[in-house]
Design a protein around this ligand. Structure first.
Ligand code: SME
Length: 166
């Protein structure tokens, strides 16, 4: 069944992200609902890769404020200003940020003290407006690299695709 949770923790990253992207496409086929897509992606990525925290911060006030969206993991901070921490930096620059050691990142926001490294990917709508960011935190230092960036950016590109009309 396509909805079965994948376990990809030991699988090479390019293959794991390709499997995840396929699964997410199948599960979300015909669904044009941003929050349903965010919740599904958070669950699929979190349970397949088993990091510490996986989820979205959505733009609440454009250019100013992010607010927590669908996620998996322990309680996340509710609001993050643009430019603050890793999520706020990705939102302000519109670029993916990979942090090998969160303790060395100025202004890193500690929601879970076990967090050691993270990747934050900006999420755009079809008009290149910023919808939010996707944040994955790990309890291992240096857990993320270019392969994670490529894999996650490919999955999140679905939000930038024009939606089928009614
Ligand atoms: N890691 C983020 C804060 C959010 S949480 O860890 C869930 C940051 O510094 O932007």
């Amino acid at each position: 069944m396509a909805e079965t949770t994948l376990d990809l923790a030991g699988v090479a990253k390019p293959e794991a992200y390709a499997d995840l992207a396929r699964q997410i496409d199948i599960v979300l086929e015909g669904i044009d609902d941003e929050v349903a897509a965010m919740a599904t992606i958070s669950s699929a990525v979190h349970n397949a890769l088993r990091h510490l925290w996986t989820g979205f911060y959505r733009v609440a006030v454009p250019g100013k404020l992010l607010r927590v969206g669908p996620y998996q993991g322990t309680l996340g901070c509710l609001e993050i200003e643009f430019g603050r921490g890793v999520c706020g930096t990705a939102a302000a620059t519109g670029k993916t940020v990979i942090v090998d050691d969160v303790a060395a990142f100025p202004g890193h926001i500690t929601c879970d003290p076990r967090s050691r490294s993270e990747i934050v990917v900006p999420v755009f709508d079809p008009h290149h407006g910023l919808l939010g960011v996707f944040d994955v935190d790990s309890d291992r230092p240096g857990a993320f690299d270019e392969q994670d960036r490529d894999g996650l950016e490919a999955i999140l590109a679905r939000f930038a695709s024009p939606r089928p009309g009614p």
